[in-house]
Design a protein around this ligand. Structure first.
Ligand code: SF4
Length: 113
């Protein structure tokens, strides 16, 4: 039996709707798990950052990263998963274009609202 591909479902600043969209695949997820292993997905799998740090570079086949980068933790996990993944996908409008978290960039803490 061929080795399963490794999938990570990671997040930055997010509403987690992107996670729910994946989990909404319901029983079709079981078909995916015939050929793939969910190696990191904080919403669904008990894997820690240290588990990702222990992986070889490029060990994860594909990472779906959702949410925006808003703080140093988001930046750390995004860069770590970029290093550990063969393919990194900006999954959802927040990851691709900033989305709702990105609206914080159009103002500042000092701005009069
Ligand atoms: S794209 Fe952003 S707002 Fe939409 S479901 Fe994903 S995390 Fe939530």
């Amino acid at each position: 039996m061929p080795e399963k591909i490794k999938i990570a479902l990671a997040q930055g600043a997010t509403c987690s709707g992107c996670d729910i969209a994946v989990l909404d695949l319901d029983e079709d997820l079981l078909k995916l798990f015939d050929v793939a292993e969910l190696c990191f997905a904080p919403l669904a799998v008990d894997a820690k950052y240290k588990d990702v740090e222990a992986m070889a570079d490029g060990e994860i086949t594909i990472c779906l990263y959702h949410g925006a980068v808003r703080n140093s933790e988001n930046e750390h996990i995004a860069k770590l998963l970029r290093k550990k993944s063969k393919i990194m996908v900006a999954y959802g409008v927040c990851a691709a274009f900033g989305g709702i978290p990105g609206l914080a960039n159009v103002t500042s803490r000092k701005a009069d609202l």
